[in-house]
Each structure stands twice: as structure tokens, then as C-alpha cells.
Design a protein around this ligand. Structure first.
Ligand SMILES: *Cc1c(COP(=O)(O)O)cnc(C)c1O
Length: 352
């Protein structure tokens, strides 16, 4: 089997990581220049005067359990955005290497590449926003170190077909990392990319607590990959990346009772998505509602500015994508609470 680290930047492979203060919670900490007193107003047990555990073992174990992988295959960071940034910095040499993206898709891959000075190869999705694995394989060159895929894709809402992913993993083995960003996987039953890790050391999966788990404000996401890749990224991560309150919030969100409630809320949002999609589909102002497996809808309007204005006057913010290539007239609408969705339908329906 190929070693995916052969694709990494040599200077990152050789990096001497920062040596943080030892983590031995049973001992009194006179080794990290912390203040001995916590503030009386801190939540009980918060210990905000102390540095948090770097890469909390408890959090990685809890994430690994939920995603069905080994704890060594998990890196916890500040949202999947941090995972994207670390991957690009670890695998792309500035001015030489490239990432490959399939627009229209999530914008952070491109931003992370631009910051690192990596080039961008584009292989657009087809007319129905499906991924074209053969076109990706044809566009690959040795400079392409990472292929970023998003499933379900933001903003189109559709999932990558299993057969296309298999084709890519086979064709790119030893040639590039295949990163599958699954920020919305919980809304798409049957997405189980982490289960493919065993046979595919180049596969990297990104998951997040920001969407289905309702923790966007805590900034916690996971990179799931071959333990060698995880170890490499962990050495680049700032020593105390996740704050103590974020670690605690994530652990609560991953407890069995909360996971049950999350699953219920996901079911409700999926039912609401279908209700909103069919109601919008009946409006004469709507040209097309794209099928979605996420918690948002991509909707093509006959007059996008008018739809945005109608929503805005009802106090609702939507994401205008109409200026982007291939998305003329399109607006991305997040599924809200049933009451939010009713307000949206009322605001857009009045215009007929
Ligand atoms: C929202 C989103 C993210 C960002 O997730 P964080 O974990 O909050 O950084 C990543 N990828 C996609 C496709 C998203 O839509």
C-alpha cells in the first residue's frame, strides 16, 4: 500500500514541533507559567486559568466513536476550516503544487490554496451538478497534491455517487490526497465515507460539529485520516488550538442523550427541507429547486433580486449566489425552524 506521507512537503515532514508543557492533570502545575487562581465568575470546574489539554484524548475518543473509526485516525481542530488549511499547508509547496476543486463548491478550498500560494485546477461539476471522476483523473498532473470533494456539496446539495468516489480513489492511489468534506453528512443517510479509510490511505474525511450538532459557535471539527497524516497535521496545529469551553461543549454534544436529540432534530430538518422544497417548487417565481441531501436548498428564481428583497423585508437573510458561474438566478436557503420556514414561504408566496 502507498504511504500518503510521500505526498507531503519535506520541510513539514522534518518539522520539529513546539514542545508544549506536559499534560499530567494529577499533578500541581508549576511548569506552564499559568496563574494559580481562576476567576470566581467562571463556570464551576472551568479552570480557565489553566491551559487546556492539547488534542484532548477524551474528545478524540468521543469523535472517533461517533464516526466509527480509531482515535488515532482523528484530529480535532477549530472547525473543518482548520482541517482544510492544515492539509493545504502540509501537502502543497508554494508556487509549485496545486489543489483540484469541482465548482460550484465550498469556497474555503480555494482560499486556503491562495493563502498557501498553491495553484488551483478546476474540473466543474456537470450540467446536473454531478461529479465527473473521469474528467478529474484526466486533469490530474503530478503537481496536484489534493483533490477536494464535498458531499453533500455546498451549495448544490447533492451527494457524490459511490461509484464516482470509488473510481477516484482507485485512480488517484499514490498520486493525491482525496479529501471528502462531509460537513452535511448527518442530513444524508447512507453517507459513510469514514468506513472506506481502511483500504485507501490517501482518503481524508472532514466532519464538523457546526451543522447537525448545532455547535457552530464552539468551532470544533475533525479530520479523519490515516494515523500518519493525523500525526503530521497534529504537529502543525497550534499547541492549545481548542479552548477549554469548546472541548467541554463538544463532549456534551457527543454524549448519548444529546446525540439522540441531535438525530431527532436532523429528522425534523430533513422533513422541513422536503416541505419547503415542494412549496417553493409550486411558486411561479421559482424556476427550479435542486434536490438536496443537506440542511439547505439551492433555488433558482426567475428574479433573484426580487426574491432576496421580499425575504429581506420579512427580516430573513438568504445567501445570494446569483453572481457565481453556473448559478445565475440561484439563492441558497438554509432550513430553519418550522416557524422560520413558514415566514419564508409567506414572504416569497405573496409575490405571485
Ligand atoms: C460549513 C462548512 C464547513 C465549515 O465547517 P466548520 O467546521 O464550521 O469550519 C466546511 N465545509 C463545508 C462544505 C461547509 O459548508
Amino acid at each position: 500500500m502507498n504511504n500518503p506521507l510521500a505526498l507531503a512537503r519535506p520541510e513539514i515532514l522534518a518539522l520539529e514541533p513546539y514542545e508544549h508543557a506536559a499534560w499530567l492533570p494529577e499533578l500541581t502545575r508549576l511548569h506552564a507559567n499559568e496563574n494559580p487562581w481562576s476567576d470566581a465568575g467562571d463556570p464551576p470546574g472551568a479552570s480557565l486559568n489553566r491551559y487546556p489539554e492539547p488534542q484532548s484524548a477524551e474528545l478524540c475518543t468521543a469523535l472517533a466513536r461517533v464516526y466509527g473509526v480509531a482515535p488515532e485516525a482523528v484530529l480535532a481542530g477549530r472547525g473543518s476550516d482548520e482541517g482544510i488549511d492544515l492539509l493545504v499547508r502540509a501537502f502543497c509547496r508554494a508556487g509549485q503544487d496545486r489543489i483540484l476543486v469541482c465548482p460550484p463548491t465550498f469556497g474555503m478550498y480555494r482560499v486556503a490554496a491562495a493563502i498557501q500560494g498553491a495553484g488551483i485546477v478546476e474540473v466543474p461539476l456537470d450540467h446536473s451538478f454531478a461529479l465527473d471522476a473521469r474528467a478529474i483523473l484526466e486533469a490530474w498532473t503530478p503537481a496536484v497534491r489534493i483533490v477536494f470533494l464535498c458531499s453533500p456539496n455546498n451549495p448544490t446539495g447533492n451527494r457524490i455517487a459511490d461509484a464516482e468516489l470509488e473510481l477516484l480513489l482507485a485512480g488517484l492511489a499514490g498520486r493525491a490526497l482525496v479529501v471528502v468534506d462531509e460537513a452535511y453528512a448527518e442530513f444524508a443517510p447512507g453517507s459513510a465515507t469514514p468506513g472506506r479509510l481502511a483500504g485507501h490511505p490517501e482518503l481524508v474525511v472532514l466532519r464538523t460539529l457546526s451543522k447537525a450538532h448545532g455547535l457552530a459557535g464552539a468551532r470544533v471539527g475533525a479530520v479523519i485520516a490515516d494515523p500518519g497524516i493525523i500525526d503530521l497535521l497534529a504537529r502543525m496545529l497550534p499547541p492549545y488550538a481548542l479552548t477549554a469551553p469548546s472541548i467541554r461543549a463538544a463532549l456534551s454534544a457527543l454524549a448519548p442523550e444529546r446525540l439522540r436529540r441531535t438525530a431527532e432534530r436532523v429528522r425534523l430538518l430533513v422533513a422541513e427541507r422536503e416541505r419547503v422544497a415542494s412549496s417553493l417548487g409550486r411558486l411561479t417565481s421559482v424556476r427550479r429547486v435542486w434536490p438536496s441531501e443537506a440542511n439547505f436548498l439551492l433555488v433558482e428564481f426567475r428574479d433573484a433580486p426580487a426574491a432576496l428583497a421580499a425575504a429581506r423585508s420579512a427580516g430573513l437573510l438568504l445567501r445570494d449566489l446569483s453572481g457565481q458561474p453556473r448559478l445565475a438566478g440561484c439563492i441558497r436557503i438554509t432550513i430553519g425552524s418550522p416557524a422560520d420556514n413558514d415566514r419564508l414561504l409567506a414572504a416569497l408566496g405573496e409575490r405571485q
